[in-house]
Design a protein around this ligand. Structure first.
Ligand code: DSN
Length: 419
Protein backbone atom coordinates (compact mmCIF):
# COMPACT_ATOMS: atom_id res chain seq x y z
CA UNK A 1 0.00 0.00 0.00
CA UNK A 2 1.23 3.45 -0.79
CA UNK A 3 0.73 6.51 1.38
CA UNK A 4 -1.50 7.96 -1.35
CA UNK A 5 -3.92 5.05 -1.33
CA UNK A 6 -4.01 5.00 2.50
CA UNK A 7 -5.05 8.66 2.38
CA UNK A 8 -7.68 7.84 -0.25
CA UNK A 9 -9.24 5.34 2.19
CA UNK A 10 -9.11 7.49 5.35
CA UNK A 11 -12.92 7.78 5.70
CA UNK A 12 -13.45 4.09 4.96
CA UNK A 13 -10.84 3.24 7.60
CA UNK A 14 -12.96 5.06 10.17
CA UNK A 15 -16.41 3.99 9.05
CA UNK A 16 -15.90 0.45 7.79
CA UNK A 17 -12.74 -1.25 9.01
CA UNK A 18 -14.08 -4.53 7.67
CA UNK A 19 -13.99 -3.52 4.03
CA UNK A 20 -10.73 -1.57 4.33
CA UNK A 21 -8.38 -4.58 4.17
CA UNK A 22 -10.27 -5.92 1.14
CA UNK A 23 -9.82 -2.61 -0.65
CA UNK A 24 -6.16 -2.44 0.32
CA UNK A 25 -5.69 -6.00 -0.92
CA UNK A 26 -7.23 -5.10 -4.28
CA UNK A 27 -4.94 -2.08 -4.65
CA UNK A 28 -2.00 -4.37 -3.91
CA UNK A 29 -3.28 -7.05 -6.32
CA UNK A 30 -3.56 -4.54 -9.15
CA UNK A 31 -0.11 -3.11 -8.34
CA UNK A 32 1.56 -6.51 -8.33
CA UNK A 33 -0.08 -8.23 -11.30
CA UNK A 34 0.18 -7.79 -15.05
CA UNK A 35 -3.40 -7.44 -16.25
CA UNK A 36 -3.93 -9.08 -19.64
CA UNK A 37 -7.72 -9.39 -19.58
CA UNK A 38 -8.52 -7.69 -22.88
CA UNK A 39 -11.59 -5.86 -21.59
CA UNK A 40 -9.96 -4.33 -18.51
CA UNK A 41 -7.91 -1.22 -17.94
CA UNK A 42 -6.59 1.10 -15.21
CA UNK A 43 -8.40 4.46 -15.14
CA UNK A 44 -6.76 7.76 -14.28
CA UNK A 45 -7.05 9.46 -10.88
CA UNK A 46 -9.24 12.09 -12.54
CA UNK A 47 -11.75 9.43 -13.64
CA UNK A 48 -11.65 7.87 -10.15
CA UNK A 49 -12.29 11.28 -8.55
CA UNK A 50 -15.32 11.88 -10.78
CA UNK A 51 -16.64 8.41 -9.86
CA UNK A 52 -16.25 9.22 -6.18
CA UNK A 53 -17.90 12.63 -6.48
CA UNK A 54 -21.17 14.10 -5.12
CA UNK A 55 -22.83 13.43 -8.48
CA UNK A 56 -23.73 10.06 -6.96
CA UNK A 57 -26.20 11.88 -4.66
CA UNK A 58 -28.61 13.06 -7.34
CA UNK A 59 -31.60 11.63 -9.19
CA UNK A 60 -31.86 13.01 -12.72
CA UNK A 61 -34.43 10.99 -14.67
CA UNK A 62 -34.87 12.47 -18.10
CA UNK A 63 -32.36 14.30 -20.26
CA UNK A 64 -30.64 17.72 -20.09
CA UNK A 65 -33.32 20.43 -20.02
CA UNK A 66 -36.08 17.82 -19.51
CA UNK A 67 -35.68 16.33 -16.03
CA UNK A 68 -38.35 14.98 -13.73
CA UNK A 69 -36.78 16.29 -10.49
CA UNK A 70 -35.60 19.74 -9.47
CA UNK A 71 -32.02 20.71 -8.74
CA UNK A 72 -30.59 19.18 -11.90
CA UNK A 73 -28.69 22.22 -13.21
CA UNK A 74 -25.26 20.64 -12.69
CA UNK A 75 -26.51 17.25 -13.89
CA UNK A 76 -27.45 18.94 -17.16
CA UNK A 77 -24.03 20.59 -17.32
CA UNK A 78 -22.13 17.38 -16.85
CA UNK A 79 -24.31 15.24 -19.14
CA UNK A 80 -24.14 17.83 -21.89
CA UNK A 81 -20.34 17.89 -21.61
CA UNK A 82 -20.23 14.10 -21.84
CA UNK A 83 -22.53 14.11 -24.90
CA UNK A 84 -20.62 16.86 -26.70
CA UNK A 85 -17.25 15.22 -26.05
CA UNK A 86 -18.53 11.82 -27.22
CA UNK A 87 -19.81 13.41 -30.43
CA UNK A 88 -16.44 15.06 -31.05
CA UNK A 89 -14.51 11.90 -30.23
CA UNK A 90 -16.47 9.59 -32.53
CA UNK A 91 -17.95 12.06 -35.02
CA UNK A 92 -21.49 10.84 -34.36
CA UNK A 93 -24.73 12.82 -34.69
CA UNK A 94 -26.10 11.90 -31.26
CA UNK A 95 -24.77 10.23 -28.13
CA UNK A 96 -26.79 8.81 -25.24
CA UNK A 97 -24.39 8.50 -22.31
CA UNK A 98 -26.87 7.07 -19.80
CA UNK A 99 -26.64 3.27 -20.34
CA UNK A 100 -25.28 1.69 -17.17
CA UNK A 101 -23.32 -0.89 -19.18
CA UNK A 102 -22.71 -2.25 -22.65
CA UNK A 103 -25.40 -4.90 -22.12
CA UNK A 104 -27.90 -2.18 -21.08
CA UNK A 105 -26.99 -0.14 -24.16
CA UNK A 106 -27.61 -3.17 -26.38
CA UNK A 107 -30.90 -3.99 -24.65
CA UNK A 108 -32.20 -0.46 -25.27
CA UNK A 109 -31.30 -0.76 -28.96
CA UNK A 110 -33.13 -4.09 -29.28
CA UNK A 111 -36.22 -2.53 -27.69
CA UNK A 112 -35.98 0.36 -30.18
CA UNK A 113 -35.75 -1.86 -33.26
CA UNK A 114 -37.29 -5.25 -32.55
CA UNK A 115 -40.47 -6.80 -31.24
CA UNK A 116 -40.33 -10.09 -29.31
CA UNK A 117 -39.81 -12.92 -31.76
CA UNK A 118 -38.00 -10.80 -34.36
CA UNK A 119 -34.83 -12.17 -35.90
CA UNK A 120 -31.37 -10.86 -35.02
CA UNK A 121 -28.24 -11.91 -36.90
CA UNK A 122 -25.11 -11.83 -34.70
CA UNK A 123 -21.71 -13.44 -34.27
CA UNK A 124 -21.96 -16.81 -32.49
CA UNK A 125 -20.90 -16.60 -28.86
CA UNK A 126 -18.67 -19.64 -29.35
CA UNK A 127 -16.86 -17.77 -32.13
CA UNK A 128 -16.18 -14.53 -30.25
CA UNK A 129 -19.62 -12.92 -29.92
CA UNK A 130 -20.96 -11.37 -26.72
CA UNK A 131 -23.57 -12.75 -24.34
CA UNK A 132 -25.80 -9.71 -24.90
CA UNK A 133 -25.83 -10.55 -28.63
CA UNK A 134 -27.95 -13.66 -28.15
CA UNK A 135 -27.03 -15.98 -25.29
CA UNK A 136 -30.09 -18.19 -24.76
CA UNK A 137 -30.47 -17.16 -21.11
CA UNK A 138 -29.81 -13.45 -21.76
CA UNK A 139 -32.79 -11.21 -22.58
CA UNK A 140 -31.51 -11.09 -26.18
CA UNK A 141 -31.80 -14.87 -26.51
CA UNK A 142 -34.97 -15.12 -24.43
CA UNK A 143 -36.93 -12.52 -26.41
CA UNK A 144 -35.58 -12.73 -29.94
CA UNK A 145 -34.91 -15.32 -32.61
CA UNK A 146 -31.12 -15.32 -32.81
CA UNK A 147 -29.44 -16.50 -36.02
CA UNK A 148 -25.69 -16.78 -35.43
CA UNK A 149 -22.94 -16.39 -38.02
CA UNK A 150 -19.62 -18.13 -37.43
CA UNK A 151 -16.03 -17.63 -38.47
CA UNK A 152 -14.70 -19.50 -41.49
CA UNK A 153 -13.13 -22.81 -40.34
CA UNK A 154 -9.97 -22.24 -42.42
CA UNK A 155 -9.21 -18.55 -41.87
CA UNK A 156 -10.98 -18.31 -38.48
CA UNK A 157 -12.18 -14.90 -39.65
CA UNK A 158 -15.70 -13.67 -40.36
CA UNK A 159 -16.72 -14.57 -43.90
CA UNK A 160 -18.81 -11.64 -45.16
CA UNK A 161 -20.22 -13.74 -48.02
CA UNK A 162 -21.65 -16.12 -45.42
CA UNK A 163 -23.07 -13.19 -43.41
CA UNK A 164 -24.75 -11.97 -46.62
CA UNK A 165 -26.13 -15.42 -47.37
CA UNK A 166 -27.62 -15.79 -43.88
CA UNK A 167 -29.04 -12.26 -44.02
CA UNK A 168 -30.75 -12.99 -47.34
CA UNK A 169 -32.10 -16.30 -46.04
CA UNK A 170 -33.36 -15.15 -42.62
CA UNK A 171 -34.25 -11.48 -43.32
CA UNK A 172 -33.30 -10.26 -39.83
CA UNK A 173 -34.66 -7.04 -38.35
CA UNK A 174 -31.25 -6.32 -36.85
CA UNK A 175 -27.71 -7.25 -37.85
CA UNK A 176 -25.10 -6.94 -35.13
CA UNK A 177 -21.42 -6.52 -35.86
CA UNK A 178 -18.90 -6.49 -33.04
CA UNK A 179 -17.43 -9.03 -30.68
CA UNK A 180 -15.75 -9.64 -27.39
CA UNK A 181 -13.20 -12.23 -28.47
CA UNK A 182 -12.40 -11.58 -32.13
CA UNK A 183 -8.87 -10.45 -32.94
CA UNK A 184 -9.32 -9.19 -36.49
CA UNK A 185 -10.52 -5.97 -38.17
CA UNK A 186 -14.29 -5.79 -38.57
CA UNK A 187 -15.66 -4.84 -41.98
CA UNK A 188 -18.34 -2.43 -40.78
CA UNK A 189 -19.02 -1.00 -44.27
CA UNK A 190 -19.97 -4.40 -45.64
CA UNK A 191 -22.19 -5.13 -42.61
CA UNK A 192 -24.03 -1.85 -43.35
CA UNK A 193 -24.29 -2.70 -47.03
CA UNK A 194 -25.78 -6.15 -46.25
CA UNK A 195 -28.22 -4.65 -43.73
CA UNK A 196 -29.41 -2.13 -46.29
CA UNK A 197 -29.79 -4.82 -48.92
CA UNK A 198 -32.10 -6.98 -46.73
CA UNK A 199 -33.94 -4.12 -45.01
CA UNK A 200 -32.32 -4.64 -41.61
CA UNK A 201 -30.76 -2.15 -39.21
CA UNK A 202 -27.04 -2.49 -38.60
CA UNK A 203 -25.90 -2.04 -34.99
CA UNK A 204 -22.15 -2.05 -34.46
CA UNK A 205 -20.97 -2.90 -30.94
CA UNK A 206 -17.48 -1.42 -30.60
CA UNK A 207 -17.13 -2.04 -26.85
CA UNK A 208 -13.71 -3.65 -27.17
CA UNK A 209 -12.19 -1.48 -29.87
CA UNK A 210 -13.69 1.94 -28.98
CA UNK A 211 -10.31 3.51 -28.22
CA UNK A 212 -8.89 2.28 -31.53
CA UNK A 213 -11.96 3.54 -33.41
CA UNK A 214 -11.85 6.95 -31.70
CA UNK A 215 -8.25 7.44 -32.77
CA UNK A 216 -8.63 6.16 -36.33
CA UNK A 217 -6.66 2.97 -35.73
CA UNK A 218 -9.62 0.73 -36.56
CA UNK A 219 -12.22 1.62 -39.23
CA UNK A 220 -15.22 3.37 -37.70
CA UNK A 221 -18.80 2.16 -38.16
CA UNK A 222 -20.20 5.64 -37.47
CA UNK A 223 -20.36 6.83 -41.12
CA UNK A 224 -22.42 3.83 -42.27
CA UNK A 225 -24.07 2.14 -39.26
CA UNK A 226 -27.19 3.95 -38.01
CA UNK A 227 -26.52 2.76 -34.46
CA UNK A 228 -23.29 2.05 -32.59
CA UNK A 229 -23.01 0.90 -28.99
CA UNK A 230 -19.96 0.77 -26.78
CA UNK A 231 -18.70 0.42 -23.28
CA UNK A 232 -16.54 3.21 -21.93
CA UNK A 233 -14.06 1.24 -19.82
CA UNK A 234 -12.10 -1.06 -22.12
CA UNK A 235 -9.63 0.40 -24.65
CA UNK A 236 -11.43 3.73 -24.13
CA UNK A 237 -10.15 3.75 -20.50
CA UNK A 238 -13.06 5.63 -18.95
CA UNK A 239 -15.34 4.49 -16.12
CA UNK A 240 -17.35 1.26 -16.27
CA UNK A 241 -20.45 2.09 -18.34
CA UNK A 242 -22.17 2.12 -21.71
CA UNK A 243 -23.12 4.52 -24.48
CA UNK A 244 -25.23 4.53 -27.65
CA UNK A 245 -24.37 6.62 -30.69
CA UNK A 246 -26.84 7.03 -33.52
CA UNK A 247 -27.99 9.11 -36.45
CA UNK A 248 -30.81 11.64 -36.40
CA UNK A 249 -33.40 9.09 -37.50
CA UNK A 250 -32.94 6.91 -34.39
CA UNK A 251 -32.19 9.61 -31.81
CA UNK A 252 -35.65 9.99 -30.22
CA UNK A 253 -36.47 6.29 -30.22
CA UNK A 254 -33.11 5.33 -28.71
CA UNK A 255 -33.37 7.99 -25.99
CA UNK A 256 -36.85 6.82 -25.05
CA UNK A 257 -35.83 3.16 -24.94
CA UNK A 258 -32.96 3.99 -22.57
CA UNK A 259 -35.18 6.16 -20.34
CA UNK A 260 -37.90 5.29 -19.47
CA UNK A 261 -37.78 2.15 -21.67
CA UNK A 262 -35.16 0.18 -19.81
CA UNK A 263 -33.56 2.33 -17.11
CA UNK A 264 -34.59 4.70 -14.33
CA UNK A 265 -32.31 7.34 -12.85
CA UNK A 266 -28.97 7.68 -14.64
CA UNK A 267 -25.74 7.13 -12.69
CA UNK A 268 -24.62 10.76 -12.77
CA UNK A 269 -21.24 10.11 -11.12
CA UNK A 270 -20.52 7.63 -13.93
CA UNK A 271 -21.65 10.16 -16.52
CA UNK A 272 -19.32 12.76 -14.94
CA UNK A 273 -16.52 10.21 -15.13
CA UNK A 274 -17.41 9.42 -18.76
CA UNK A 275 -17.05 13.15 -19.54
CA UNK A 276 -13.60 13.14 -17.89
CA UNK A 277 -12.57 9.96 -19.73
CA UNK A 278 -13.69 11.45 -23.06
CA UNK A 279 -11.67 14.63 -22.35
CA UNK A 280 -8.62 12.43 -21.82
CA UNK A 281 -9.36 10.49 -25.01
CA UNK A 282 -9.55 13.73 -27.02
CA UNK A 283 -5.92 14.56 -26.14
CA UNK A 284 -3.17 13.75 -28.65
CA UNK A 285 -1.41 11.48 -26.15
CA UNK A 286 -4.42 9.14 -26.20
CA UNK A 287 -3.64 8.27 -29.81
CA UNK A 288 -0.05 7.53 -28.83
CA UNK A 289 -1.43 5.23 -26.11
CA UNK A 290 -3.66 3.41 -28.62
CA UNK A 291 -0.72 3.01 -31.03
CA UNK A 292 1.27 1.48 -28.21
CA UNK A 293 -1.64 -0.90 -27.40
CA UNK A 294 -1.39 -2.21 -30.97
CA UNK A 295 2.42 -2.39 -30.94
CA UNK A 296 2.31 -4.23 -27.61
CA UNK A 297 -0.32 -6.70 -28.85
CA UNK A 298 1.89 -7.44 -31.86
CA UNK A 299 4.95 -7.93 -29.65
CA UNK A 300 3.04 -10.26 -27.31
CA UNK A 301 1.62 -12.21 -30.27
CA UNK A 302 5.00 -12.52 -31.99
CA UNK A 303 6.63 -13.53 -28.72
CA UNK A 304 4.10 -16.31 -28.16
CA UNK A 305 4.27 -17.56 -31.75
CA UNK A 306 8.09 -17.56 -31.71
CA UNK A 307 7.87 -20.06 -28.82
CA UNK A 308 5.72 -22.42 -30.88
CA UNK A 309 2.28 -21.27 -29.69
CA UNK A 310 -0.69 -21.03 -32.05
CA UNK A 311 -2.96 -18.01 -32.22
CA UNK A 312 -6.49 -18.21 -33.61
CA UNK A 313 -6.46 -16.70 -37.14
CA UNK A 314 -2.66 -16.71 -36.85
CA UNK A 315 -2.43 -13.33 -35.22
CA UNK A 316 -4.21 -10.11 -34.41
CA UNK A 317 -5.05 -6.70 -35.88
CA UNK A 318 -6.25 -5.32 -32.57
CA UNK A 319 -5.56 -5.19 -28.84
CA UNK A 320 -6.43 -8.85 -28.24
CA UNK A 321 -5.51 -12.36 -29.30
CA UNK A 322 -6.75 -15.88 -28.68
CA UNK A 323 -4.18 -18.48 -27.79
CA UNK A 324 -5.19 -21.97 -28.98
CA UNK A 325 -3.72 -24.28 -26.36
CA UNK A 326 -4.40 -27.51 -28.26
CA UNK A 327 -1.34 -27.86 -30.52
CA UNK A 328 1.35 -27.05 -27.95
CA UNK A 329 -0.41 -28.33 -24.80
CA UNK A 330 -3.10 -30.81 -25.86
CA UNK A 331 -3.96 -31.83 -22.29
CA UNK A 332 -4.11 -28.35 -20.80
CA UNK A 333 -7.48 -26.61 -20.59
CA UNK A 334 -8.01 -22.85 -20.63
CA UNK A 335 -9.27 -23.11 -17.04
CA UNK A 336 -6.04 -24.78 -15.86
CA UNK A 337 -3.86 -22.36 -17.81
CA UNK A 338 -5.77 -19.38 -16.36
CA UNK A 339 -5.24 -20.69 -12.81
CA UNK A 340 -1.52 -21.25 -13.29
CA UNK A 341 -0.98 -17.83 -14.85
CA UNK A 342 -3.03 -16.05 -12.18
CA UNK A 343 -0.85 -17.80 -9.56
CA UNK A 344 2.13 -16.33 -11.37
CA UNK A 345 0.51 -12.84 -11.18
CA UNK A 346 -0.33 -12.74 -14.91
CA UNK A 347 -4.10 -12.28 -15.14
CA UNK A 348 -5.83 -13.72 -18.22
CA UNK A 349 -9.17 -15.36 -18.94
CA UNK A 350 -9.98 -18.77 -20.34
CA UNK A 351 -11.88 -18.44 -23.59
CA UNK A 352 -13.64 -20.64 -26.10
CA UNK A 353 -11.87 -20.79 -29.43
CA UNK A 354 -13.82 -21.31 -32.67
CA UNK A 355 -15.04 -24.91 -33.00
CA UNK A 356 -13.89 -25.65 -29.45
CA UNK A 357 -14.65 -29.16 -28.30
CA UNK A 358 -14.34 -28.32 -24.63
CA UNK A 359 -17.09 -26.83 -22.46
CA UNK A 360 -17.21 -23.06 -21.78
CA UNK A 361 -16.15 -23.78 -18.18
CA UNK A 362 -12.99 -25.54 -19.45
CA UNK A 363 -12.21 -24.18 -22.95
CA UNK A 364 -9.18 -24.77 -25.15
CA UNK A 365 -8.11 -21.16 -25.30
CA UNK A 366 -6.89 -18.10 -23.49
CA UNK A 367 -7.78 -14.51 -24.37
CA UNK A 368 -4.96 -12.01 -23.93
CA UNK A 369 -5.03 -8.25 -24.42
CA UNK A 370 -2.64 -5.34 -24.08
CA UNK A 371 -4.66 -2.24 -22.97
CA UNK A 372 -4.08 -2.42 -19.20
CA UNK A 373 -0.41 -3.43 -19.41
CA UNK A 374 0.13 -0.58 -21.88
CA UNK A 375 -1.46 1.88 -19.43
CA UNK A 376 1.09 0.95 -16.78
CA UNK A 377 3.89 1.70 -19.24
CA UNK A 378 4.98 -1.66 -20.63
CA UNK A 379 6.41 -1.49 -24.14
CA UNK A 380 7.35 -4.05 -26.77
CA UNK A 381 10.44 -5.39 -24.95
CA UNK A 382 8.49 -6.02 -21.76
CA UNK A 383 5.65 -7.62 -23.73
CA UNK A 384 8.13 -10.04 -25.30
CA UNK A 385 9.34 -10.85 -21.78
CA UNK A 386 5.71 -11.40 -20.71
CA UNK A 387 5.25 -13.80 -23.67
CA UNK A 388 8.31 -15.69 -22.46
CA UNK A 389 6.97 -15.83 -18.89
CA UNK A 390 3.58 -17.12 -20.09
CA UNK A 391 5.29 -19.75 -22.18
CA UNK A 392 7.45 -20.89 -19.25
CA UNK A 393 4.40 -21.38 -17.01
CA UNK A 394 2.44 -23.28 -19.66
CA UNK A 395 5.36 -25.49 -20.71
CA UNK A 396 6.08 -26.39 -17.10
CA UNK A 397 2.45 -27.61 -16.79
CA UNK A 398 2.00 -25.35 -13.81
CA UNK A 399 5.12 -26.47 -11.92
CA UNK A 400 4.96 -24.61 -8.56
CA UNK A 401 8.69 -23.75 -8.64
CA UNK A 402 8.36 -22.23 -12.12
CA UNK A 403 5.25 -20.33 -11.06
CA UNK A 404 7.07 -18.92 -8.05
CA UNK A 405 10.06 -17.83 -10.10
CA UNK A 406 7.82 -16.21 -12.77
CA UNK A 407 5.81 -14.44 -10.05
CA UNK A 408 9.06 -12.88 -8.81
CA UNK A 409 9.89 -11.60 -12.29
CA UNK A 410 6.37 -10.24 -12.75
CA UNK A 411 6.61 -8.40 -9.42
CA UNK A 412 9.86 -6.77 -10.48
CA UNK A 413 8.33 -5.62 -13.81
CA UNK A 414 5.37 -4.21 -11.84
CA UNK A 415 7.71 -2.36 -9.47
CA UNK A 416 9.44 -0.82 -12.48
CA UNK A 417 6.07 0.31 -13.88
CA UNK A 418 3.90 1.26 -10.91
CA UNK A 419 0.29 2.23 -11.38
N1 DSN B 1 -17.01 -9.16 -20.16
C1 DSN B 1 -16.55 -8.37 -21.27
C2 DSN B 1 -15.38 -8.97 -21.93
O1 DSN B 1 -14.53 -9.45 -21.21
O2 DSN B 1 -15.25 -8.94 -23.14
C3 DSN B 1 -17.58 -8.07 -22.23
O3 DSN B 1 -18.71 -7.57 -21.58
Amino acid sequence: MTAASDTAFDAIATVDPEILPVMQAEVRRQQETIELIASENHVSRAVLQALGSVFTNKYAEGYPGRRYYGGCVNMDGVEELARQRAKKLFGCFHANVQPHSGASANAAVYLAICKPGDTILSLSLAHGGHLSHGLKVNMSGLLFNIVPYEVDPKTEQIDMAEVRRLAREHKPKLIISGASAYPRTLDFDTFSEIAEEVGAVHMADIAHIAGLVATGLHPSPIPTAPITTTTTHKTLRGPRGGMIMCNEEWMKKIDSRVFPGSQGGPLMHCIAAKAVGFAEALKPEFKVYQQQILANAQALAEGLVSKGNRLVSDGTDTHLMLLDLRPAYPDVTGAQAEDWLVSANIVVNKNMIPFDERKPTQTSGLRLGSPAATTRGLKEDEMRTVADLIDRVLRSQGDPDVIESVRGEVRSICEQYPL
